[in-house]
Design a protein around this ligand. Structure first.
Ligand SMILES: [Zn+2]
Length: 333
């Protein structure tokens, strides 16, 4: 056992806690390189068992992973579903994780392991991963938009997420789009872009056009094979998302827009529609901002989960010249 600072690189345990699975890996940090994932493992979240059972599973999972490493691990960086409170507990969560709201995630891991712990939201973690080592590694500002069942987002500036005053910044799915006027959003309001541009939006639109039900990935496949209704559903969703990206770019002026999430699997047809919708709304000065898919895939959230802690420990740097806010906001040490 040593202090984790020898020439083999410094170690952090990174966890990605989602509604369906808990993934964990020890990351090895060597200066100037993307951290190396050592023994990525995962298990089902079993969210239906309730928040306390999930929390207990995460603690046991973490202790087991730490027990397998014969060198000192410097801390635990977590990316978790839900809105994260400033003390590292879960402020609120969707119905996908019943009872998850209020769980003392960070404090419980700190108490169980004695390690320094940081907690960040899952979309924020995803964005940090892509910003540091993925599509955004060469730019200083980046808007990440994750399009799956719902739509999430995060603005990264100088290597730090723009968390906002309440840790809720980046909820790009909950801005208005005229085509969504009479459609109820997952937040309970009407007129937000999420229910028309998300995976569920594609499914809803396809049903309306064809009278048939199909899952989003199947609709994407049918669209690629030339099905008119499937193509229309994918195009309308992509266009609506692009409109929203254009309007947000007008506000934020990111150097790059990075797209991730399962809907990206709809491919070029969807991506072209997103770019066209973007051009319809963006002001001329910002028409050249690249809109690109993420490059890290499923590794983005687990790599990003470690970023706030790695910054706190001095293992990686943010660009202090442009940072408006320093991570981590909820390190417990
Ligand atoms: Zn909404």
């Amino acid at each position: 056992m040593n202090d984790g600072t020898d020439e083999e690189g410094k170690l952090i345990l990174a966890l990605d806690v989602g509604g369906t699975k808990i993934a964990g890996s020890v990351l090895r940090f060597s200066s100037g390189h993307m951290p190396e994932l050592i023994r990525l493992v995962q298990e089902p979240t079993q969210a239906q068992e309730g928040g306390l059972a999930v929390l207990q599973r995460i603690v046991e999972f973490s202790c087991e992973l730490l027990g397998r490493i014969d060198r000192e691990v410097m801390g635990i960086g977590i990316g978790a579903a839900g809105v994260i409170a400033l003390d590292g507990s879960i402020e609120s969560a969707t119905s996908l994780m019943p009872g998850w709201s209020g769980m003392p995630l960070g404090p419980a891991l700190r108490a169980a392991t004695g390690k320094t712990v940081s907690v960040v939201g899952d979309v924020h973690a995803h964005a940090l991963g892509e910003a540091h080592w993925g599509a955004g590694r060469d730019v200083s500002s980046m808007l990440l938009v994750a399009v799956g069942t719902g739509i999430g987002g995060a603005m990264v500036l100088g290597g730090h997420v723009l968390h906002g005053a309440h840790n809720v910044g980046g909820h790009i799915g909950h801005v208005c789009h005229p085509d969504a006027r009479r459609i109820r959003c997952s937040c309970g309001r009407y007129g937000h872009v999420e229910p028309i541009a998300s995976g569920l939006g594609i499914e809803r639109c396809y049903h309306k056009l064809s009278g048939k039900d199909a899952r989003g990935d199947r609709i994407a496949e049918m669209a690629r094979n030339g099905d008119n209704d499937a193509q229309s559903a994918v195009l309308m969703a992509g266009r609506a998302l692009g409109n929203t990206l254009g309007m947000q770019a007008n506000m934020l002026d990111p150097e790059m827009i990075v797209l991730s999430g399962s809907v990206c699997g709809a491919g070029e047809l969807w991506l072209d529609a997103v770019r066209q919708g973007y051009q319809d709304q963006v002001i001329d000065a910002l028409s050249d901002i690249p809109i690109v898919p993420g490059t890290l895939g499923a590794q983005a959230p687990i790599l990003g989960a470690a970023v706030p802690l790695a910054q706190y420990l001095g293992l990686i740097e943010g660009d202090e010249g442009t940072a408006v806010e320093k991570d981590p906001i909820c390190v417990i040490s």
